[in-house]
Design a protein around this ligand. Structure first.
Ligand code: AP5
Ligand code: MG
Length: 192
């Protein structure tokens, strides 16, 4: 049955990395709200500037703006057999909006937590990396921004784990170790 796979995890947990593997191997698209917002970087509009400022601070873009881009992206033809959401939903309001969208599109939702301990996340987030959109190498985020992102995750996104667990739609993978080992756990949940 076609479905929406929702990857939930703290910043740096490896959602994007695993979602891209799922996309390659299952042939359904990976949709990352973070990547879509980063793509707006090249635009010089008031909305793009606002998005950039909020992202730099580590806080979340408004639920309604985020919903619009998800609704728009998932209405494309390549999503007809389901899709992978990476970094969405991130708030209770977004989770409720996604329920309506899934109903409209005729998909079930399967949520999977990518679990990584805090000290490992800090290591990953304070290193250097290249932008998944433009390839540019950058010193990821300031310490303040990293702690704001983690605190935002704890306050607004972590409660979604209970939400999906309570409706019997949550699986979990250990997000530490080799990429292939993590992918094996993930694909068992997705295809099993
Ligand atoms: P977003 O782009 O979603 O960022 P994030 O989830 O906070 O963090 P990452 O994308 O860095 O983490 P990830 O879990 O994808 O890990 P990755 O695979 O890259 O969001 C950015 C911002 O956009 C938000 O702060 C917010 O402002 C806004 N935004 C986005 N979505 C929104 C929404 N729904 N609502 C409102 N605002 C929204 O891996 C991380 C690193 O670890 C990489 O270097 C990778 O190589 C490494 N790594 C991965 N797996 C492993 C492993 N197994 N072992 C060792 N290293 C690993
Ligand atoms: Mg990501």
């Amino acid at each position: 049955m076609a479905k929406i796979i929702v990857l939930i995890g703290a910043p740096g947990a490896g959602k994007g990395t695993q979602a891209r593997l799922l996309q390659e191997r299952l042939g359904i698209p990976q949709i990352s709200t973070g990547d879509m917002f980063r793509e707006m970087k090249t635009l010089d509009t008031p909305l793009a500037r606002e998005v950039q400022e909020i992202m730099a601070s580590g806080k979340l873009i408004s639920d309604d703006i985020t919903y619009k881009i998800v609704q728009d992206r998932t209405s494309r033809e390549d999503c007809r057999n389901g899709y992978i959401l990476d970094g969405y939903p991130r708030t209770a309001v977004q989770a409720a909006q996604l329920e309506d969208l899934a109903k409209e599109q005729g998909f079930d939702i399967q949520a999977i937590e990518v679990d990584v301990p805090r000290d490992e996340l800090m290591k990953r987030l304070t290193g250097r990396r290249s932008c998944s959109v433009c390839g540019e190498i950058y010193n990821i985020y300031s310490k303040e921004s990293v702690s704001t992102r983690l605190a935002t995750y704890d306050e607004q996104t972590k409660p979604l784990l209970d939400y999906y667990e309570n409706s019997g739609r949550l699986g979990k993978v250990d997000g530490t170790g080799e990429l292939e080992q993590i992918y094996t756990q993930l694909s068992k949940l997705v295809t099993g």
